[in-house]
Write a protein that binds this ligand. Structure first.
Ligand SMILES: NC(=O)c1ccc[n+]([C@@H]2O[C@H](COP(=O)([O-])OP(=O)(O)OC[C@H]3O[C@@H](n4cnc5c(N)ncnc54)[C@H](OP(=O)(O)O)[C@@H]3O)[C@@H](O)[C@H]2O)c1
Length: 342
């Protein structure tokens, strides 16, 4: 099988590694990859040698975790999947692999286009930005940072009942923000941002900010624009690969005086009404897999289309090119997919 391995900063090599698909264990699946998607934010950091994410492997390491493929073989004990099923997993970029049924595998429903479905786990993370903050339909939501996760949050907002405004750092991204269905879009350094948001919310203010950008100026914008007692849902890895902080992030004027909540988007949301009577369903109602299945159902209904944002389609052998473009922070580069068919 073929797999790209990152040996160090800007040293990505596509390798051939053996894979024994003839001796599957009872709970194993053999999956052949069709396409993978590029998680730009995190993978650019790994590629440029930024601070390691806790729990992530050191070099040499695999890259990527948005993989769409077809089940080619199953062990005797596998019950949830069949040969021929199309599935999305959080496995790395690679041509084929073996995984256990207990891993994060979600079946792609009929009607969901592969170039939408391959982004399902990333959009599930965008959805988690709402769930973790216990979003309420009708709330005003500002998304600060319009990359893959930010534009995923923009696209999901109206489907969840939010009024959404995108806050970006370039006109190209504001155009994509509009294409994904935002109600409004502004630049983060717009001198009239406060007045424009006041007008956008009819004076009610921004109830929830979803922060997806690592640089500290984006954090500052977020705590400045959220209304008193509002929430800032932070999915970004603050400061990773960025210039260091030059202000107090918990300054009294923002934190104490406004009484805001800062929420880390990692791990499942608190389940307000957990199912305590059916042990088999005790899993969190909005686990990553259940949220991924919901996102896929919206794609199958044609209401959620990440493929609208695909700017580059590469053959996997051209992967280094894509990582170099991310390294140079190409603004026109957003949705990127890799084709694994030789
Ligand atoms: N919590 C988790 O479990 C989890 C999982 C996956 C990813 N992440 C993190 O989530 C973040 C978002 O991922 P992504 O793939 O969407 O990343 P991304 O493509 O880097 O998106 C962030 C966007 O925000 C822009 N930006 C930078 N400063 C800004 C500012 N002051 N105001 C407005 N926009 C600004 C960036 O522009 P530039 O390119 O010019 O900087 C970029 O376009 C990354 O930090 C990633 O590591 C977290």
């Amino acid at each position: 099988m073929k797999i790209p391995i990152l040996y160090g900063p800007r040293d990505l090599r596509i390798e051939e590694q053996p894979l024994d698909t003839d001796h599957l264990e009872p709970d194993e699946l053999w999956i052949e990859t069709e396409i993978t998607a590029f998680k730009i934010g995190t993978d650019r950091g790994n590629y440029e040698g930024a601070e390691q994410v806790p729990g992530a492997p050191d070099y040499p390491r695999w890259v990527g975790d948005s993989n769409l493929g077809v089940v080619r073989g199953i062990g005797q004990g596998v019950t949830r999947f069949q040969v021929g099923d199309r599935v999305v997993t959080r496995q790395a970029h690679q041509s084929e692999y073996i995984t256990r049924e207990s891993a994060s595998i979600v079946k792609v429903p009929e009607g969901a286009h592969p170039e939408d479905a391959v982004f399902a786990h990333l959009y599930a993370l965008s959805a988690l930005c709402y769930h973790k903050a216990h979003f309420v339909p009708g709330e005003n939501v500002a998304v600060v940072g319009l990359g893959v996760l930010g534009l995923g949050a923009v696209a999901l907002g109206p489907l969840f009942g939010a009024r959404v405004v995108g806050i970006g750092n370039s006109p190209v991204r504001l155009e994509m923000n509009e294409r994904m269905g935002a109600h409004a879009g502004f630049l983060y350094d717009d001198p009239d941002l406060e007045a424009k948001l006041d007008d956008f919310t009819g004076g009610a203010g921004i109830d929830l900010v979803i922060l997806t950008a690592n640089p500290w100026p984006a954090y500052r914008t977020s705590v400045e624009i959220v209304r008193p007692d509002g929430r800032v849902s932070i999915v970004s890895l603050m400061g990773r690969g960025e210039p260091s902080l030059d202000f107090n992030p918990l300054a009294m004027e923002w934190f104490y005086a406004k009484g805001i909540s800062l929420i880390a988007v990692s791990g499942p949301p608190a389940d307000l009404y957990p199912n305590t009577r059916q042990p088999s369903l005790e899993e969190n109602r909005f686990s990553a897999e259940r949220t991924c299945a919901h996102v896929l159902s919206l794609m199958a209904e044609g209401r959620l289309e990440p493929k609208r944002l695909i700017t580059h389609r590469f053959h996997y052998s051209e992967m280094v090119q894509a990582y170099e473009m991310a390294y140079h922070r190409e603004k026109n580069m957003l949705g990127v997919v890799f084709n694994w068919k030789d």
